[in-house]
Write a protein that binds this ligand. Structure first.
Ligand SMILES: Cc1cc2nc3c(=O)[nH]c(=O)nc-3n(C[C@H](O)[C@H](O)[C@H](O)COP(=O)(O)O)c2cc1C
Ligand code: SF4
Length: 475
C-alpha cells in the first residue's frame, strides 16, 4: 500500500512516503546550493523516498543566517543541477518549499504582520509568484508554499492575526493573503505544475486556532487549487523562549515541542490533526491529498495512517534523517535493518544554533548517514554480552560489553518489558556507549531488559540474554 505509485497532476510519486522540509544549515549565507546540500539530498533519493521537499528557501532577499534562496534568477542553475542529481540518484520526485519571513533582531524586536503596508503585502504575492516560476524553470517536480509555523503567511492565517483591515479578523480575511498567493502562483506556473501547501493544523499556543479552523482553511486552500496539503503543528513565536541578546527561535516553547514532538511524546502524536482536516476536505467533496506528519517511524503506524484515512501520504522528517534508506529497507521487507530515530532532537538544537543539521546517530564527523551493503551482522565477544541491570536512585542502569563487527558498529537497541510482558524496543544507544539509564521506571515493579547490537548497514546482531531487575526503594 505504501509502495504504490501516487499521482499528483502529471507527477507520479514512486510511493507514498514524503520527506517534509527540513532546514539543514548546510548552505552559506549566500543562499546558493553547494556540495554539502547536493550530498544531503542525493542521499535521500538513493534511499527511495517518494517525494523530497527541499528545505525552506527564501522568496525574498531579507537578511537571515545560512538559508537557501530562490529570490533571484541567479539561484536557478544551482537548483536545476540539484534537481537533476536527485533524479539521477534514485526514484524521488523533488519540490522546494518556498518561504517568506519577517524581520527579527537580537534586541528582541520583531516585525509583525500588522506593520505591513498594502504595497508590502502585494510584494509578498509577487515574491512567491516569481519564486514558484523559478522552481518550474529549475525543472522541479512541484513547489510547496510554506504557510506554517512562525512565518508570514502562517501569521496571516493565525487566530492571533492583529490586523484591523481586510487581511485580519474573520477567517475569510485571514485567508485572503494565502489565497491570493496560491492563485497568483497557480497563474504563473500553469495548470500542470503541482503546487502544495504546508500549514499548521493547530497553532498550539493560547488562543491560537485548532482543527476547527484548520478544516475550513484546508478546504479553502484545496478549492483554491492546492495539489497537496501538508499538516504541521505549532512552531510559533508567541511562546518562544526569550534569551537576552538572541533572536527569538520559534521552536523553543510548547508549540515548538508540538512541531517536532520529542521522545516524551507518543508515536504519531499529531495524527488527530491530519485525520480531522482530511475528513473536512473529503466532506467538502474534494480529493486533495493530505500529508500526515509527526513522529511516524514505524511501518505499521505508517500503514495505519493510510488505512485509517489519517493521510494519503506519510511524511517522516527525522526518521529519514536518521536513516535515509528507510523506504528502500521497508520496500524489500528489511524493516529490521532500519536505524530508528531517537527523537532526542539533537538535530533541532543544531538548527536552533545555526549549526549544520546532522543526526546524532551518524558516525562522528561523517556529515552523512552511512552507506553500506554489508550483510554480516555484528556479534558479541567470546565472553558474551555480559548484560546486567541495577536499580539505584530512581533509575535502572543497564550495562553490557561492546559488540564486534567486520565493518563498523553503529549502535545498540535496548529492549524492555514490564513483568512478564513482551520485550519492546525502548531506546537506542550510539556504539560509543555500552550503557543505558532508564529513568522511566515505577517503584514496586519488575522490569526485564535485553540489548541488540546493529552495524552501519543496520544488520542486527543476536539479542543478548534477558536480565531483570526489581525496582524497590530498599533495593
Ligand atoms: C532540523 C529540522 C528542520 C526543520 N525545518 C523545517 C522547514 O524548513 N520547513 C518546515 O515546514 N518544517 C521544518 N521542520 C519540521 C519537519 O518538517 C516536521 O514537520 C517535524 O520534524 C515533525 O515531523 P517528524 O516527527 O517526522 O520529524 C524541521 C524539523 C527539523 C527537525
Ligand atoms: S538527531 Fe536525534 S531526533 Fe534528530 S534525526 Fe537523529 S536521532 Fe532523530
Amino acid at each position: 500500500m505504501l509502495f504504490e505509485p501516487f499521482r499528483i497532476r502529471e507527477t507520479v510519486l514512486p510511493n507514498r512516503l514524503v520527506l517534509p522540509a527540513m532546514v539543514t544549515r548546510l548552505s552559506g549565507e549566500d543562499g546558493h546550493v553547494n556540495d554539502d546540500i547536493r550530498a544531503r539530498y542525493v542521499r535521500f533519493s538513493k534511499g527511495g523516498v517518494g517525494l523530497v521537499v527541499l528545505e525552506a528557501m527564501a522568496v525574498h532577499g531579507a537578511k537571515s543566517g545560512p538559508l537557501l534562496r530562490i529570490s533571484g534568477d541567479e539561484f536557478v542553475p544551482g537548483l536545476r543541477d540539484l534537481g537533476a542529481r536527485i533524479h539521477d540518484a534514485g526514484p524521488s520526485k523533488v519540490a522546494p518549499q518556498i518561504i517568506h519571513f519577517l524581520k527579527i533582531s537580537r534586541s528582541g524586536w520583531r516585525q509583525t504582520i500588522d506593520m505591513l503596508s498594502l504595497d508590502e503585502i502585494d510584494a509578498i504575492v509577487d515574491a512567491y509568484a516569481h519564486a514558484a516560476a523559478r522552481a518550474r524553470e529549475a525543472s522541479m517536480d512541484g513547489v510547496e508554499l510554506h504557510m506554517a509555523h512562525a512565518y508570514t503567511l502562517s501569521s496571516f492565517l493565525s487566530r492571533l492575526n492583529p490586523r484591523k483591515d481586510a487581511y485580519g479578523g474573520t477567517l475569510a480575511n485571514r485567508l485572503r493573503l494565502p489565497l491570493r498567493v496560491l492563485a497568483r502562483v497557480r497563474r504563473v506556473v500553469g495548470d500542470d505544475f503541482p503546487v502544495g501547501v504546508r500549514f499548521v493544523g493547530e497553532e498550539c499556543v493560547r488562543n491560537g486556532y485548532t482543527v476547527l479552523d484548520a478544516g475550513p482553511i484546508a478546504v479553502a486552500l484545496a478549492e483554491g487549487g492546492a495539489d497537496w496539503i501538508s499538516l504541521s503543528a505549532g512552531g510559533k513565536f508567541e511562546d518562544a523562549r526569550v534569551i537576552e541578546g538572541e533572536p527569538l527561535y520559534p521552536y523553543t516553547g510548547y508549540s515548538g515541542d508540538r512541531c517536532m514532538p520529542g521522545a516524551a511524546y507518543p508515536d504519531g502524536a499529531n495524527l488527530y490533526i491530519p485525520e480531522a482536516v482530511r475528513a473536512a476536505v473529503r466532506a467538502a467533496g474534494l480529493t486533495t491529498p493530505i500529508i500526515a506528519v509527526g513522529k511516524i517511524s514505524d511501518r505499521a503506524l505508517a500503514e495505519d495512517v493510510v488505512r485509517r484515512g489519517q493521510g494519503d501520504l506519510v511524511g517522516m522528517a527525522r526518521a529519514l534523517l536518521a536513516d535515509p534508506d528507510l523506504p528502500k529497507k521497508w520496500a524489500r521487507g528489511d524493516d529490521e535493518k532500519v536505524v530508528r530515530c531517537l527523537y532526542g532532537n539533537v538535530c533541532k538544537a543544531l538548527d536552533e544554533n545555526f549549526r549544520r543539521v546532522d543526526c546524532t546517530l551518524w558516525p562522528k564527523k561523517s556529515g552523512q548517514a552511512p552507506e553500506s551493503d554489508d550483510v554480516v551482522p555484528p556479534r558479541w565477544p567470546e565472553a558474551g554480552s555480559l548484560v546486567h541491570a541495577d536499580y539505584k536512585d530512581g533509575r535502572v542502569l543497564v550495562r553490557w560489553q561492546a559488540a564486534l563487527d567486520d565493518e563498523g558498529m553503529y549502535g545498540y537497541q535496548v529492549f524492555r518489558a514490564e513483568g512478564e510482558g513482551i520485550l519492546r524496543h525502548h531506546a537506542s544507544v550510539r556504539a560509543a556507549s555500552t550503557r543505558y539509564e532508564d529513568a522511566r521506571v515505577v517503584s514496586g515493579r519488575r522490569y526485564r531488559y535485553a540489548v541488540r547490537p546493529y552495524d552501519l548497514a543496520g544488520n542486527r546482531g543476536p539479542m543478548s540474554p534477558t536480565v531483570d531487575v526489581l525496582v524497590s526503594e530498599s533495593h
